[in-house]
Design a protein around this ligand. Structure first.
Ligand code: GLV
Ligand code: MN
Ligand code: MN
Length: 392
């Protein structure tokens, strides 16, 4: 089946009618529907479905053996009001690539797996790439279990609520040791491929990035009767912080985003008692990223917690060389977006990424775009990469 047809099967799941964006958060009803869709795709191709100890989905073709599995996939969850392609394109393209190989009579020697990671965006529980991070043992199980969403529901509670066992979350080394390599196809996030006239590109590296949660405390009081000199208002302090950190990031060539704020008590005529905010920062190297973090930490009155931290990733040069030999015309592009592929690469698994042109250049928005012909080109490239890596 074509990837566009597979995406059409899920296009209404988790879509918010007022914004036309997707709200596909882990362990919600939308997520359950997407997981059922994944399972049905696995079943219709006679792949054997396994839900790993962290809730990630693995659909195997052939018998997994140490160092042998060629795994391909991405994630099903979205940011709040995200686009159609970030994540699901990689999964739909993986199933479509298997179909294409079958139609061409390709009989791969190595076992294959299509993977669907949970909570890649960290939109519900805050930590980016949580499913792959847990599998790679890069976050302590107790810490992961206790992560909570905006309503105070923990990861463990949400997982149990979705019918899974949360007692054994954590490092999944035996499963990772089965991997020969991991390939993630993803929508391009940015606009490098269009000017290059290319439908598909190959990932070279991921910028280091991280998330910091911070609070400023104040004192709730009456907006009218409290003199300006008498108030403890965290809001102007927050405003200065945002200006300072974004200016610092701009000056050194890093990126800083304040995309989420919580204000208590959140009333028009009450001075806030507390503001909680999140900084998402990315930079071309770790020193520059550390500089943005220092800028945040040095703000007066702030309390900061590191929520997630992802070092720079340089995708496996040997694997990249093989992909380059196979598909020499594809541009090689870096990305400042995080991916499960980056987590697996950091865990020592030979990993590569393919990007499909996004003519809008916009991502994490309903304006994210991929032309059907480019999606087909992505599936073709993916099928060739899998065929090569799995051997025939
Ligand atoms: C994932 O999309 C990220 O935020 O980098
Ligand atoms: Mn994303
Ligand atoms: Mn993604």
């Amino acid at each position: 089946m074509r990837a566009t047809d597979l995406l059409a099967q899920i296009e209404t799941i988790g879509r918010e009618p007022t914004t036309n964006g997707y709200r596909r958060f882990s362990w919600t009803a939308a997520d359950a529907e997407l997981r059922r869709w994944f399972a049905s795709q696995a079943a219709s191709r006679a792949l054997s479905l396994e839900v790993d100890r962290n809730g990630n989905l693995w659909a195997y073709r052939g018998e997994p053996a140490p160092g042998e599995v060629v795994a391909v996939g991405s994630h099903l969850d979205s940011v709040r009001d995200g686009g159609q392609f970030d994540g699901p394109l990689g999964i739909a393209s993986a199933f479509a690539a298997l179909d294409l190989m079958k139609a061409r009579g390709v009989n791969p020697q190595r076992p294959l797996a299509v993977v669907g990671f949970v909570e890649e965006e960290g939109a519900r529980f805050g930590v980016a790439c949580l499913g792959s991070r847990m599998a790679a043992g890069l976050i302590e199980s107790e810490k992961a279990a206790e992560l909570s969403d905006g309503e105070g529901v923990t990861w463990a509670e949400a997982m149990v609520g979705a019918g899974l066992d949360a007692d054994s979350i954590g490092s999944d080394q035996p499963r990772l040791e089965q991997l020969h390599c991991f390939v993630e196809l993803h929508i391009e996030q940015g606009r490098a491929l269009d000017p290059a006239g290319a439908a598909v590109g190959v990932g070279t590296e991921i910028w280091p990035h991280g998330r910091w949660r911070f609070v400023f405390e104040g004192e709730a009081n009456h907006a009218g009767t409290t003199a300006m000199d008498d108030r403890h208002d965290p809001m102007p302090v927050l405003a200065e912080t945002i200006l300072q950190v974004t200016q610092d990031a701009r000056r050194i060539g890093a990126r800083a985003t304040f995309g989420r704020l919580l204000v208590e008590p959140n009333g028009i005529n009450s001075i806030p008692s507390l503001v909680t905010g999140w900084l998402d920062a990315r930079a071309p190297n770790q020193d520059l990223l550390d500089e943005v973090a220092r800028s945040l930490h040095s703000q007066p009155g702030i309390t900061v917690t590191v929520q997630s931290s992802s070092p720079a990733v340089h995708f496996d040069p040997a694997l990249r060389g093989r992909v380059k030999d196979l598909l020499p015309s594809l541009p090689q592009i870096p990305t400042a977006a995080g991916h499960d592929a980056g987590i697996f690469a950091g865990a020592g698994i030979p990993t590569t990424m393919l990007f499909v042109r996004n003519r809008s250049g916009i991502s994490h928005s309903p304006k994210e775009h991929a032309d059907p012909a480019d999606i087909e080109a992505g599936v073709e490239a993916l099928a060739r990469v899998i065929t090569h890596l799995a051997g025939t």
